[in-house]
Design a protein around this ligand. Sequence first.
Ligand code: HEM
Length: 368
Amino acid sequence: SFAWFAAMREAHPVFFHEGTGIWQVFRYDDVLNVLTDYARFSSNAFEDVGAFFEGTLLAKDPPEHRKLRNLVNQAFTPRAVARLADRITQITQELLDAVLAKGELDVVADIAFPLPAKVIAELLGVPDQDWDIFQRWAQADPSAPPARRLAGRTMRQEMEEYFTDLIAERRRVPREDLISALCQAEVDGQKLSQNELLSFCVLLLAAGQETTKNLIANAIVCFTDYPDVMERLRRQPELMPAAIEEVLRFLPPVWFLLRRTTIEVELGGQRIPPGQNVLVWTASANRDPAQFPEPDRFLIERSPNRHLAFGHGVHYCVGAPLARLEAKIALPLMLQRLGRLERVSGVPIMVNRGLVFVIRSLPIAFEA
Ligand code: HEM
């Protein structure tokens, strides 16, 4: 909880948790240091969290990471993202039509879940008829804890089989989609190997859905907690981009990131031996008063707002422009078409699922 973060930032900013053997980091500056210093804090730290991310971009260090990331950046261009704007609007309108027809709204089930899933399917060029397979993967638990490692592997295998066929098709007949672009991308005469392509498709699926889903749900939590802000945003939609940044700071989808020390490191006055797991609480960094005045207030005009919701450094989220675009399109449309929103149940329960803190359901009353 945020009160616990505040206490830890004060009393134990770098804390060794005996039970789990994990070092935990709470202050903004320390979190930033860890994320910047990839040589001493390696991302190849995921074996304890789940087999799912093994071998993906997310778990690689420079220089290997750089090659992959350059290739991915080539395909994941601002133009490729901007091209999706019309589709995002269209998908959101269809979802809102269905909500209005039904007269009931669960923000998670009706909008926050299907929108990003459909957008990623669109981005990757997954055909419409495969939507139900896709939906099942989206609902399964990708970053399973160690006890469920096997489940993580099986699902990944299933995804890889699916994408093997899709990649083969796109190699034969390229289209205007990300997989075709990834097949063609080249840096220093090198292309992505089949394995690299596969793990990237799987990573996109896992990294782009649950996170964006929770950004949209968390935004509605913030707006219904601060109805005056919601009213202002309805009247002044130009404030929405800054409001989205404040949601990302205040109630981020991803609460922590994991690294592993490669050598002995001094951090916040503590000596951390090599080979240790380090968990950085980006959600705590986002509330550090040393970086954000009045950190526990939701202030949509906060500037600067250097939150760490998308990480920092070489692994900074590839999908940040896409996630922002989805939120920038969907949230104003929701406020416009649904009228005044009010939470039906009390405080929504957040469940930890891997790196993401998830809201399972968010029933909302609306007026339109
Ligand atoms: C990396 C958060 C949406 C794809 C990351 C990282 C964070 C993050 C914190 C850094 C991980 C680390 O340093 O270990 C988020 C949040 C999102 C979001 C909060 C939504 C609000 C997306 C979307 C996509 C995506 C929509 C793709 C379509 C990726 C990929 C990486 C990544 C591929 C790995 C980058 C690398 O290792 O170089 N994301 N993400 N993310 N994200 Fe996102």
